[in-house]
Design a binder for this molecule. Structure first.
Ligand code: TTP
Ligand code: MG
Length: 342
């Protein structure tokens, strides 16, 4: 008998701020904000804030000046990305010991397939302990039947949480959450849902799929419907497969302009299709990858009904993949990968 699928999502707590507290232990317990050059009077946004600062309403993405108005006694520190990247490497090295199948989802988070473990919760506890031992930092773990639910779960008991979530828990624990907690539902989609009278994931789940397709188009409408029911069979993206051609590019300036992202994606799809043709291969799957300003990285994959190498077909699939992402977040990198078989 095969065990059910168990995906573990792990996410560091208040990551940039927690790293700063390691070298400034005297600041523990105080509201600390990390962002920009650390000057609350200058332009720039909050990268993250300690939970003490969040109690004042401060959150990632907020203007530093507004954060300062909300909590003038907070300590403001500049972003020191190199130091956080080094801690991130230590964190990722710990994870390597726990599963062969790991998706690196950003600077402070990853998915692990722990389906083979006799006791996935024990794996979660061991990861937390070893991350603490190696980095001195806490993280939160969610374990669920798929990536979507695992990510929701890791967020349920932050900081330092360990949360198991099963399909049967969806009505009680997932449906009361705001729709914006769902992967791929950004501020714009959330605002449109509110206009439709939908505030929670449960209210989204209660809508007929046809209504969602009407409002959001075929691919996105269906995605929202499935997601609200906690259904997600997307695989872990462990690495960019060798049997594929891919192109990706980092924007000079992060952009939330999805038209610009789409235009760039089209160019990349065109180049990748040319490369595919040069190898005389036919694409079976088209994967679109976005990395956001905070280095969180997500992919969506479209399977082609018939393997192909037509520019129009590949472009259309790439567009469909892009449509599955939420809107409103700043994009740092866009990529496309065409998978083929021999
Ligand atoms: P998150 O995991 O979203 O946030 P966090 O780790 O600070 O807090 P939480 O305990 O809720 O997980 O992001 C990881 C890091 O990425 C965060 O420490 C700083 C950076 N980041 C930004 O720079 N800008 C952003 O808008 C967000 C959301 C994160
Ligand atoms: Mg985090």
């Amino acid at each position: 008998m095969s065990r059910p699928r168990r995906i573990l999502h792990v996410d560091m707590d208040a990551f940039f701020a927690a790293v700063e507290l390691k070298r400034h232990p005297e600041l523990r317990g105080r509201p600390v904000v990390v962002g920009g050059r650390g000057d609350p009077q200058s332009r720039g946004v909050v990268s993250t804030a300690t939970y003490e600062a969040r109690a004042f309403g401060i959150h990632s993405g907020m203007a530093l000046r507004l954060a300062w108005r909300l909590c003038p006694q907070a300590v403001f520190l500049p972003v020191d990305f190199d130091t956080y990247a080094r801690e991130s490497e230590r964190f990722k090295a710990v994870l390597q010991q726990f599963s062969q199948t790991i998706e690196d989802a950003g600077i402070d988070e990853a998915y692990l397939d722990v389906s083979d473990a006799p006791d996935p919760a024990a794996v979660g506890r061991a990861i937390k302990q070893q991350v603490q031992a190696s980095t001195g930092l806490t993280c939160s773990v969610g374990i669920a039947p798929n990536k979507l639910l695992a990510k929701l779960a890791s967020d349920l008991q932050k900081p330092d949480g360990l949360t198991l979530l099963d399909e049967k828990d969806i009505p009680a624990r997932v449906w009361p959450l705001p729709a914006g907690k769902l992967l791929g539902v950004g501020p714009k989609t959330e605002a449109r849902l509110i206009e439709m009278g939908v505030a929670t994931i449960g209210e989204l789940a209660a809508l007929p799929v046809e209504t969602l397709v009407e409002h959001f188009g075929e691919a996105r409408g269906r995605y929202l419907h499935e997601a609200a029911h906690g259904r997600d069979d997307s695989p872990l993206i462990t690495h960019w497969e060798p049997k594929s051609v891919g192109r990706e590019v980092t924007f000079e300036h992060d952009t939330a302009d999805m038209t610009q992202v789409a235009r760039t994606l089209f160019e990349l799809a065109e180049e990748a299709t040319d490369a595919l043709r040069a190898e005389a291969k036919l694409a079976r799957r088209v994967t679109v990858k976005l990395r956001y300003a905070n280095f969180e990285t997500h992919t969506h994959t479209i399977s082609l009904p018939d393997p192909g190498d037509q520019h129009g077909v590949i472009r259309q699939a790439a567009l469909e993949g892009l449509a599955r992402f939420g809107e409103g977040r700043k994009v740092r990198l866009v990529g496309v990968r065409l998978e083929f078989s021999d």
